[in-house]
Structures are given as C-alpha cells and as structure tokens.
Design a protein around this ligand. Structure first.
Ligand code: NAP
Length: 529
C-alpha cells in the first residue's frame, strides 16, 4: 500500500454529535486545511462516521496533492474521549475508517495495551498509524512515555499532556526536541489547557510532525464543543502566531498574567512583528503565579514579555534593572531580557503621557501650566501610572477619588495629591478627569461610574479600551467635552513596548487597524446595542 505524501503541518480537528454535523464541520475545515481529524467518538454511533468519511473523499478533489487527508479518532471514555464501546469495537471502527480511505488513524496507548500487537499495528497497513498518550491532569517528565509508546511500531507517536504553568510547556518542547533527535521517528508533542497555548504555537518549530487546530470561528465556542481544551483556532494558529513559519531561532515574547485570553496584545504585536520583518512571535503566557517563571523564561527562551494583572507588582522581585517610571509606579508592565538580565519599563506611563501631550498640544519638552488641575478616579495600578505621567508633565494640582479610602490616601501620599470624595466631583472644576477603574468595560458596557454632573472637566480620559468609546466618553462628548479613549493609551503603550523590544519604530497605523478589527469581534452589548 502506498502511503500518503508529506502531511501539511496544521490539521483541523472537527466534532459533531450527528453525522450531518460532523460532515458539515469537516467540509468547513477542508476549506482551510487538507488534513482533518474526525472525532468519531462524538457520534452516538461512531460507525455512522464511516459514511461521512466516504462522502468527504468522494466529494473532495481527486488530485493526489489536493485530495482530503482524513484522520479517524474514536477515543474511548476511559482515555478522555466519548466512545463507550470495547477496545475490540474501537479497533473495528478504526479498521473500517482505514478501509474507507482515511489517511491516518489514531489509537491511544491504553487501548493498544489491552489489545494484541498485531491488531494495533495492522491499523498501519493502509493508513498512517498515530499512537497517542494523553494526560488530562499534568505534564510529568515524559521520557517514560516514549518507552511506553515505542513498544508498538507506529508512524507517529503523539504525546499530549496538560500545562498548569509555563514550565510545563518547556518540559514538552524539550522532550519533543530530544525525542526527534534520539529516535528518528515522527513525534507530535504539545500541552493542552489554556496555559499550554505556547506549546501548540511553538511545536512545529521544535520538530513536531504536525499540530492540531480548531476550525476557524470556534474560539468563542463553549468548552464542551471544542475537541480539546486550549485548542487554537486555525486562523489564529496559522495567521496570528504563524506556527508553521516559526523556527528554533524565532524570538519569543508574550503576555504574562491571569487571565490573558481576551488581550488584544497578541493580535497587534504579532501583526507588527510580521509587518516589520522581525523574526519574533508574541504568545499568551498564562501564569497563575510567578513561581519558577524565571526558569521557564530562560528555557523557552523568552526575549521579553508584557505583564498584566495580577503580576505587575510582584514581577519587580524578579527584575535586575528598573527604570524611573517603574520605581515611581511601583509596577512594571514590560520586561526585556538581554544577556540574561531582566530590564523593565512601565509603558502604561507612556500610554498616558502621549495622548495627554497630543490633547493639550504639548511638545516633547513642554509641561502643563501651574494652574492645571487633574483628577484620577480609581486607585489601582493604572491610576499609579497616570500619576507618574502627570508628575512627569509637572502637573501640580493632583486629586484622587476612590471607593477604598485607605488606597486613595496611600496614592495621595505617594504623589502629593488631595483625596476627594466622589460627591465633591459635582462641585469642582478640572482640566482633566481620568477614569482608571474598569467600570464600563466589555461586557458591562452600559455602566458608567460618573453622573453627568460629576463629569466636570474639559478633557475626559477613560482608560477602558474595550469598547473604544465607553458610555462615559459618549456622555462627555455629548456634553461638549474633549475625550481621550483608552484605545489611544493602549496603542501608545503597545508601541512603546514594540520599540523597547525591537529597537524599531512601531507601525502604529497597522496596530490601530488590527486593534479596531479585534474589538469589532466582541459581540455588542448593553449601551452599544
Ligand atoms: P486595578 O489595579 O484592579 O484597580 C482598579 C481600580 O478600580 C481600583 O481602585 C478599584 O477600587 C476601582 N474599581 C473597580 N471597580 C469599581 C467600581 N465599581 N466603582 C469604583 N471603583 C472601582 O486595575 P488597574 O490595573 O488599575 O486597571 C484599571 C482599568 O484601567 C482597567 O479597566 C484596565 O483595563 C484599564 N487599563 C487600561 C490600559 C490601557 O492601555 N488602556 C492600561 C492599563 C489599565 P478598589 O481598590 O476599591 O477595588
């Protein structure tokens, strides 16, 4: 039997709880990749999937370099799938799938161990045999898995663990490299779970034979409808992370925090890096804590990263060099790693300063007038960045309003500001009012912290950037006030990060275009409706 040609690197996994649904999802997937994995175990009767395989092959292109390459998977419930039948029934379905023309069949090690070597290896007679091992709990050291799998002869060995922290991805990627070096076999290795996304994006660059993606448009699906936790939409894996173009020397950047899933950072930084010809990728580096993070960063190795909630303060203990803004703000959001040293800036400060210079028509050297009055609403990390920026602009009349008096007093002390109760906002006049709270952020876009009577400033700056125009800004605009969107801040701070990491000017027009496109993907809610 002639085996199929070299496989495209990204396969799309599809599910369906009826044959028709499986067929339609597979047809949609085939518009993007020639290799589609059919999860037959999602069907109440997986043998009905054989008809779907035949239909897909009969209706697809016939040219050998264009014809669909289908993989059949019928994972048993005991191994994390949905199939409730016996191992013998599972093997029979896979044999039928192979006979129907599937280019690959996947069987898990637990089933192989319960079956005879002949019947397992016979699955590779007509199709490429993938022998797989999964852990849905953890990423242990994986050498023992290699020994388990290699007791059987197979075309590919697939090792899929679960990442709880970034070091788990390093374990998987290091194992992948050494497995390919030692055993001259084709290995497929990555981690599941949202923390495992970097391992999926980097797997091909470290020699994984191929990698699995979800069908485009599945990002918003409920977890129950995706085939595996953390599986990345094909368009994102291929178009945003460029997984099939990365190499072992591609510089790795990312966003460290928890959560990191809804950030615009990946879309805009990857687009900027690609446009400027920088061989780099920017990935979500979900990190519930920073234990062992420096070690993981060295092992990837990371060239730098952004930091978000809840690590902007605790990252300081891992840094070698802090600039003035970081020391003033007591927080960092951007780290650059050079010759093993971790250097940090707080680009949120630039993110505030730049739009303010533009709104008040200040050149790089000019500062605010002595009489300028600014009030910041909110007392968290972003408020601190705003105070650092205002101090750099030599604003002398600073005010803070916050719902937790102790935090407001602490800020007032650190930045020589005056604490105001919210009620005082009605009676005072300001040149600038900054919202540094998350109130009004998607999905609660109808919320607004301030009543029209409290919006007593010539310029109103909302740090919330999703949506780009919040209810606060809409109200202020209607009242004839000048407004600054959090999106301007977000883009200014991202541009500063790009420059800090690459030494190049940031493609700001492109970054804005990409950010607006990403924001448009969020379903409209509340006041936007
Ligand atoms: P943070 O450290 O958690 O601080 C949030 C602040 O908002 C705290 O003072 C909190 O008060 C206050 N707050 C929250 N809900 C409130 C409510 N319902 N009423 C009154 N006050 C409320 O967060 P952060 O890092 O400072 O970020 C604040 C906002 O700025 C977020 O929306 C974030 O997305 C945005 N931001 C935007 C950019 C950008 O580039 N555009 C950059 C950084 C941050 P308590 O202390 O009493 O809880």
């Amino acid at each position: 039997m002639v085996k199929p040609p070299v496989l495209p690197p990204i396969c799309i996994t599809v599910t369906g709880t009826t044959p028709n649904e499986l067929l339609q999802n597979a047809q949609r997937a085939l518009e993007h990749s020639r290799v589609v994995v059919l999860r037959l175990d999602w069907l109440p009767d997986p043998s009905q999937g054989i008809r779907v395989i035949r239909q897909l092959l009969e209706s697809g292109p016939k040219r050998p370099d264009r014809a669909p390459l289908l993989q059949a998977t019928c994972r048993r419930q005991q191994s994390g799938g949905r199939f409730r039948g016996t191992v013998a029934e599972q093997i029979k379905i896979l044999q039928e799938a192979s006979a129907a023309g599937c280019a690959l069949v996947d069987i898990e090690i637990e089933s192989a161990e319960k079956s005879s070597r002949e019947s397992v290896e016979s699955l590779g007679d007509r199709s490429l045999l993938v022998l797989s091992w999964h852990s849905f709990e953890e990423t242990p050291y994986l050498e023992f898995v290699a020994r388990l799998l290699q007791r059987f002869s197979a075309d590919y060995y697939k090792v899929v663990s679960t990442a709880k922290r970034q070091s788990d991805n390093c374990v998987a990627l290091e194992f992948l490299r050494s497995a390919n070096n030692s055993w001259h076999k084709r290995w497929i290795v990555f981690c599941m779970g949202p923390a495992g996304i970097p391992s999926r994006a980097l797997a091909l660059s470290r020699g994984s034979a191929f990698i699995y993606a979800a069908c485009p448009g599945s990002d918003g699906l409920a977890p129950s409808s995706s085939a595996a936790p953390g599986q990345i939409d094909y368009e994102k894996l291929s178009g945003v992370y460029r997984a099939d173009k990365l190499t072992p020397v591609t510089a790795i950047f990312g966003l460290v925090g928890n959560p990191v899933g809804h950030s615009l950072g990946a879309a805009i930084h990857n687009a900027a890096m690609e446009a400027e010809g920088v061989d780099a990728v920017y990935l979500p580096l979900l990190s519930p804590d920073l234990d062992g993070f420096r070690d993981a960063a060295n092992r990837y190795p990371l060239s730098g990263f952004s930091v978000t909630i809840p690590h902007k303060q605790n990252i300081l203990s891992l840094l070698d060099r802090l600039d003035y803004d970081v020391r003033m703000a007591g927080a960092a959001n951007t780290v650059r790693i050079r010759r093993g040293k971790w250097e940090a800036i707080n680009s949120d400060v630039d993110g505030v300063e730049k739009p303010l210079r533009s709104a008040f028509q200040l050149s790089d050297r000019e500062t605010l007038e002595d009489s300028f009055r600014a009030v910041v609403v909110g007392t968290g990390g972003a408020a601190r960045a705003a105070f650092v920026a205002l101090r750099k602009l030599e604003c002398r009349k600073l005010f803070v309003a916050g719902r937790t008096p102790a935090r407001a007093q602490r800020l007032a002390k650190d930045f020589d500001a005056t604490v105001l109760p919210f009620s005082a906002l009605k009676h005072d006049r300001f040149d600038l009012m900054i919202n540094a709270t998350p109130v009004g952020m998607w999905p609660k876009t109808e919320e607004c912290l301030l009543t029209p009577e409290q919006i007593n400033a010539h310029v109103v700056f909302d740090m919330v950037y999703n949506p780009a125009e919040t209810t606060l800004l809409k109200t202020a605009r209607k009242m004839g006030r000048k407004v600054i969107s959090g999106l301007d801040m977000f883009l200014a701070q991202a541009a500063r990060q790009f420059e800090y990491w690459t030494g190049l000017g940031a493609p700001t027009q492109l970054m804005r275009k990409v950010a607006l496109r990403e924001l448009a993907r969020f379903p409209k809610s509340g006041a936007d409706g």
